[in-house]
Design a protein around this ligand. Structure first.
Ligand code: AMP
Ligand code: GLY
Length: 426
């Protein structure tokens, strides 16, 4: 069978790579893909993004199933377009994707269905927003309502920072329409975890646990990024925490969406803050919902799958996820992101990349912001590569990943040297 993966990041390279290992898969198209998917045997890139153009391509190529990586095509309604034409696609409808595309929608939904989350209010009027900030004090978190490619959240430690964030979003329109409405919420403390499940509208299939590193620099310092590295499993999600998240967050979310008449299909990613205290009673609150897999969490998660992934997506589109299974490698997978000069600001592009070693069964370099220019591989985005390794212990996995990171070169490369530090301590 032929498959289509929509997107161009490391997440999509990892999904395509794992799908291609199925004996049933003859070819994976990636739209638009990257330098890594261009080089991958059995895959090819397709320069399309318009939902109808993608649907036409799928019909022309007789593609059996499409999987959507990023949020933008979901918010554009690619799933609605495909389904209206009887094409199989795994992802949420545009209405269901509001869990990610509107923070205000997600917060109101969580309050309505008693899903634990930070106290908040939503504002369009800057005067009201400023006075709420003064009343609540710092630290406080300001979030653009709409999709802002990872730039919409300001965790303000001072009142000045909080007021400046409101002025930028509501006053100066720094994020355009995405920031014309803001959610202002309580600042939560604790340890973050990424909890990702697949849903078919009613059945829920959880993936292995994972954790990413959002800050640019070592020791979780510096600006927020899309994610500088990730690993799976996440020791913070103990079996007790896992069961609590399913009961307190995931089941009420899927039931709530169904009750609201917008059944959720696709990946549901709950970004969680797990507070201090005993695992049976510590606070577990939702920071955000995403309607897709995480990037870079997907890269280590894909490394740990030992069974056929295509059948899982087939169960996802056919409403039979209760029959899905995945054989997980018990070892730790860990991915280190290499980013370009000036990321997360406007990245410098076009730097030649050298030294990427051949793939091994326990170490794969997934591409994100790369492009093949003639036969030279060059940087083409903020996050460039994710070096992902698999080994028995967190320390051994870390070492294997960093040994490869140290062989790879491009001007201005930035990466953290401590990916996995929390897992090492636990
Ligand atoms: P979000 O896109 O909502 O996940 O926010 C991006 C990042 O900002 C999260 O991964 C957290 O590190 C941080 N963050 C978001 N909301 C809060 C909050 N209420 N309290 C503390 N940190 C937060
Ligand atoms: N790594 C965070 C995200 O994908 O949203």
């Amino acid at each position: 069978m032929k498959l289509l993966v929509i997107g161009s990041g490391g997440r999509e390279h990892a999904l395509a790579w794992r799908l291609l290992q199925s004996k049933r898969v003859e070819h994976v198209y990636v739209a638009p893909g990257n330098g890594g998917t261009a080089l991958m045997k059995g895959a090819s890139n397709v320069a399309l993004s318009d939902p109808q153009a993608l649907a036409d391509f799928v019909r022309a190529q007789d593609i059996a199933l499409t999987v959507v990586g990023p949020e933008a095509p979901l918010a554009q309604g690619v799933v609605d377009t495909f389904r209206a034409q009887g094409l199989k696609i795994f992802g949420p409808t545009r209405a269901a994707a509001q869990l990610e595309s509107s923070k205000d929608f997600a917060k109101a939904f969580m309050v309505r269905h008693r899903i634990p989350t930070a106290i908040y209010q939503t504002f369009t009027d800057p005067v009201a927003a400023h006075s709420y900030i003064n009343a609540r004090g710092a630290p406080i978190v300001i979030k653009a309502d709409g999709l802002a490619a990872g730039k919409g959240v300001v965790v303000a430690t001072t009142l000045d920072e909080a007021h400046a964030a409101v002025d930028a979003m509501l006053g100066d329109g720094s994020l355009g329409a995405a920031g014309a409405r803001v959610v202002i919420e309580e600042c939560l403390l604790g340890e973050e975890a990424s909890f990702i499940v697949l849903c078919d509208g009613k059945n829920i299939f959880p993936l292995a646990t994972s954790q990413d590193h959002k800050r640019l620099n070592d020791a979780d310092q510096g600006p927020n990024t899309g994610g500088m590295g990730a690993y799976s499993p996440a020791p913070v999600v103990t079996p007790v925490i896992f069961d609590r998240v399913m009961k307190e967050v995931i089941h009420p979310t899927i039931a709530g969406m169904a009750a609201d008449g917008i059944p959720f299909t696709g990946f549901l990613y709950a970004g969680l803050m797990i507070g201090e205290g005993h695992e049976a009673s510590c606070p577990i609150k939702v920071l955000e919902f995403n309607c897709r897999m995480g990037d870079p969490e997907t890269q280590p998660i894909m490394m740990r799958i030992r069974s056929d992934l295509v059948s899982v997506f087939e169960h996802g589109v056919n409403g039979t996820l209760d029959q899905a299974t995945i054989d997980w490698d018990p070892r730790t997978a860990l991915g280190v992101v290499m980013a370009s000069h000036n990321y997360p600001g406007v990245p410098r592009l076009g730097d030649p990349i050298t030294g990427i070693p051949a793939e091994k069964s326990d170490c794969v370099v997934f591409h994100a912001g790369t492009v093949l220019d003639d036969s030279t591989l060059k940087t083409s985005g903020g996050r460039v590569l994710c070096v992902t390794a698999l080994d028995d212990t967190v320390r051994a996995t870390q070492k294997m990943a960093y040994d490869v990171v140290n062989q790879i070169q491009f001007n201005g490369a930035q990466y953290r040297t401590d990916i996995g530090w929390r897992a090492l301590e636990s």
